[in-house]
Design a protein around this ligand. Structure first.
Ligand SMILES: CC(C)(COP(=O)(O)OP(=O)(O)OC[C@H]1O[C@@H](n2cnc3c(N)ncnc32)[C@H](O)[C@@H]1OP(=O)(O)O)[C@@H](O)C(=O)NCCC(=O)NCCS
Length: 163
């Protein structure tokens, strides 16, 4: 029987599989982001690489068109950005990305997660509400277009030990 090489498995991974985002994904991350945010709110390739180089930063990408970047500092985690390309929406991809980010943050020692979301962004608010996020504050004029942001917070539940 022929040997299966690891690179062959990577090549065979479905495009919707979540893989850890690294600076080399900068172009793919920027493309997904550009498909999801207005020009004044887009992060380019360099911004993506810089975000991933922040202390405690991590990310997940589905090369089919979804990404999340997050960061842990001590026992707090923060979602930096989350986006799913229009053609890939309403298939549960954002939910999987958020679940993975929450699990990663918990595994890194975070007990809570915070994020900002536009007051008019009903789809994202529904996504976050479904994962237990609750509003804890508001930032006036937070976005480039002048929209306010809600600050949302969720507890990151302990994963019970096996057995
Ligand atoms: C918000 C966003 C990430 C959702 O991505 P998605 O892959 O379509 O979301 P999912 O399919 O995983 O949906 C998960 C839940 O989110 C909510 N949701 C997603 N899209 C929604 C919509 N258009 N209207 C209402 N609720 C929606 C629902 O509660 C959904 O659960 P359900 O399918 O059981 O009803 C996507 O629309 C997006 O990238 N928007 C632009 C960028 C953005 O706003 N990012 C968040 C910034 S804080």
């Amino acid at each position: 029987m022929s040997e299966v090489r690891p690179e062959a498995l990577v090549a065979a991974a479905p495009a919707e599989a979540l893989v850890p985002a690294v600076p080399a994904h900068g172009a793919a991350l920027a493309l997904i982001h550009a498909a999801c945010f207005p020009p004044e709110g887009r992060w380019g390739l360099d911004a993506m690489a810089l975000q991933l180089e922040l202390p405690g930063a991590f990310g997940w990408i589905a090369e089919a068109g979804g990404m999340v970047l997050a960061r842990t500092v001590a026992d707090e985690a923060e979602i930096l950005t989350l986006a799913v390309a229009p053609a890939m929406r309403r298939r549960g991809l954002a939910g999987r990305l958020l679940d993975r980010a929450m699990a990663t943050a918990r595994a890194r020692g975070a007990a809570i997660m915070l994020l900002e979301v536009g007051v008019a962004n009903a789809p994202a608010q529904a996504l976050y509400a479904g994962r237990g996020f609750l509003p804890v504050g508001r930032r006036r004029g937070y976005y480039a277009g002048g929209e306010d942001a809600l600050i949302l917070r969720a507890s990151l539940p302990e994963v019970p030990p096996c057995g």
